[in-house]
Structures are given as C-alpha cells and as structure tokens.
Write a protein that binds this ligand. Structure first.
Ligand code: BGC
Length: 332
C-alpha cells in the first residue's frame, strides 16, 4: 500500500466514525424533541381553534393570522384560518355558525355589529364554545374576552395628530371602511371628538370604502371633484389611506393635501416615505393573533383571562420609519 492510500484509508475511517456519531447524536435529539422541552409548553390536548376575519386575503389580517399561527405552533394547537373572500356580513356570520356546528374548541373573530354578531356570539357561548373577539369588539355580547386596539382612542389619536400636523386648519374628508361596523364607527367618533373644539377644522365629506382599496380610490376621486376645498383625508381602515394616496398623486396634489391613514402595510410605508401619506395609526395585528390563541388556551384550561386587553396604538410619521423596510417586525 502506498503512503497516499494509507492516508486516504485513515481519513475515510475518521469520516465514517464522525458521521456515525452525528447520526447517533441527532437521532437521539429527534426522539427526545418529541417530548416537551423548555421551549414548548406541555400540552396533551390538541385543541382546534378557528380564526375568522372579515376578509381572508386582506394583508392586515394575514398579519393577525401570522401571529395566531406562531402561537398555535408553539402551543401545539390546530389553527384554522377561514372567512369571507370579500368583506360580507352574511358570509362572515355563516362561517362563524359553521365553525360552531363543527364543534371547534374556540372561535376568534370580530364583533363587527351588535345587532348581527352579538346574538350569534351569545348562542355559541351558551352552547359551551368560547368566543374571543379580536380587533373589533362586541362589548355587550357574551364573548369571553376581547383583544385588540382601543378603536375609539385610535381615532382620537388620529384627530390629535391631524390637528398638530395641519396647525389646526383643515377641510377634512373621511374614508371609512364601513358606516355600520363597530370599530370603524368608534374610530370616526374618536376622531370627531378630538377635533370638536378646533374652529379651523371641518369635516366636509364622509364616504364608505367597504374596506376595498379600489372603492377608497373611487370615493376619494369623487370627493376631490365634488369638494375641491378638501385639504386633508383620514382613512380609517388599512387600505383606505393607500386608495386616497393614489388619487392624490393622480391629481398631483401631494403638496396641498394631508393624508392620515391606518396601519403599516408595505404600501402605506411606501407612500409615507414618498411624503404622500403624512401619518398613520399603527396597530399590533401580529400580537393580537398571538395573544388571542394563548388566551383561548387559558380559557380552555379553566384559567382566568382579562375581559378586555387593549394592544398598543401609536402614530407613525416619516421620521419614525427605520431606514430599511424589512426591519420592522410584523410588516407585510
Ligand atoms: C382594521 C381591520 C380591517 C382592515 C381592513 C384595519 O385597520 O383593524 O378590522 O379589516 O383595516 O383593511
């Protein structure tokens, strides 16, 4: 045997021994990882929870879903995410009803209206299926808990921001997701209360977008034609400010018109960086989803949970944005 082949032979044996030790070590780890570890909470039951948003493919709701999925993974829960393709009360209510009929272990959804949602929520809770409202509360229903923004306060914050940014002089148009959904009504009310005593601020128009960006565009377009005196817009749901920004750019009125929107989707950030949108009300959708799942587990395990948890809300302007888009946690 030449010296070269002896060296190759020895190297071969060493590699073989090293790879065997790795296999044994990782094989052992795989087996032991199926047991509860410090990372994962012990949980023998596999619950089946369902999260039902008003619109399935809305980027804001995808963030809530991400949070819920992260918690579901951590706590070994089966999470279903389902709901209307486009915002629609009937479809939404039907999905809630079907989930209850399928006897899931918990339902997380919005309490969009007291008239339509509360009676259904009450019936489901009376049957023994816990319901947590997320993002939008039906505070007078029998839901066991609410987690989400204080929607009245968030509208109030928007009003105060608009006063500060316009020096108290503005003819405002509001584009709201809906006239009859609890959270949208509360946001508008909070805004109105904030500007109430400001002599220089008037609301000249208010229109509904049905949370659709295209509709927000159309309504803003129409408003600018009918009310050329408008100098500011407030968009009260995630895609409204984006729709308005498109129109304002189309009319090349970025310098004359102030926009305050809602949420921090990538598109909103883009317009904030360009200076078309001046401010936005930031919510915490990822956290809402994550904590809703955790609360539901606590409820199932007989633990007490607070009946209302308000997640943080703040105003963000261009100078609050970090230099790189992807640095912001929970942005879609
Ligand atoms: C609201 C959600 C709504 C979304 C619509 C958000 O601001 O919190 O309830 O579905 O806007 O785009």
């Amino acid at each position: 045997m030449s010296r070269l082949s002896i060296v190759a032979y020895v190297v071969g044996i060493v590699c073989f021994i090293v790879s065997c030790s790795f296999s044994v070590f990782y094989g052992y780890k795989v087996v032991t990882h199926q047991l509860p570890t410090e990372e994962k909470e012990p949980n023998d039951d596999r619950y089946h929870f369902v999260l039902i948003p008003e619109e399935l493919d809305n980027d804001y709701w995808r963030l809530v879903e991400e949070g819920a999925r992260a918690a579901a993974k951590k706590y070994d829960v089966l999470l279903e995410y389902t709901g209307p393709r486009q915002a629609n009360f009937d479809d939404h209510l039907k999905t809630i009803e079907m989930s209850a009929a399928a006897k899931v272990d918990g339902i997380m959804t919005q309490g969009l209206s007291d008239e339509q949602f509360s009676p259904l929520i009450n019936r489901i809770v009376e049957k023994g299926i816990p319901v947590i409202t997320v993002d939008t509360d039906a505070a007078n229903s029998k839901r066991l808990a609410y987690i989400g923004t204080d929607n009245y306060y968030s509208g109030f914050l928007a009003g105060k921001a608009l006063i500060a940014d316009t020096n108290g002089q503005a003819n405002v148009a509001i584009i709201t997701g809906s006239f009859n959904k609890n959270h949208q009504r509360q946001r508008v009310q909070g805004f109105k209360d904030a500007i109430q005593s400001e002599k220089g601020i008037r609301i000249v128009a208010i229109e509904e977008s049905q949370i659709s960006r295209v509709r927000a565009f159309e309504k803003a377009y129409q408003i600018l034609q009918e009310h050329p005196e408008v100098t500011a817009f407030f968009g009260t749901s995630a895609l409204d400010g984006i729709g308005v920004a498109e129109v304002v750019e189309k009319f090349n009125k970025q310098k004359q018109i102030y926009i305050i929107g809602f949420d921090l989707l990538k598109e909103t950030q883009k317009y904030i960086r360009k200076g078309t949108i001046q401010a936005t009300v930031v919510q915490e959708p990822f956290e809402m989803g994550y904590r809703a799942v955790k609360m539901m587990i606590d409820l199932r395990e007989g633990k007490k949970v607070p009946s209302t948890i308000h997640t943080a809300t703040r105003i963000l302007r261009k100078y609050d944005l970090p230099p790189y888009l992807n640095n912001i946690k929970g942005v879609r």
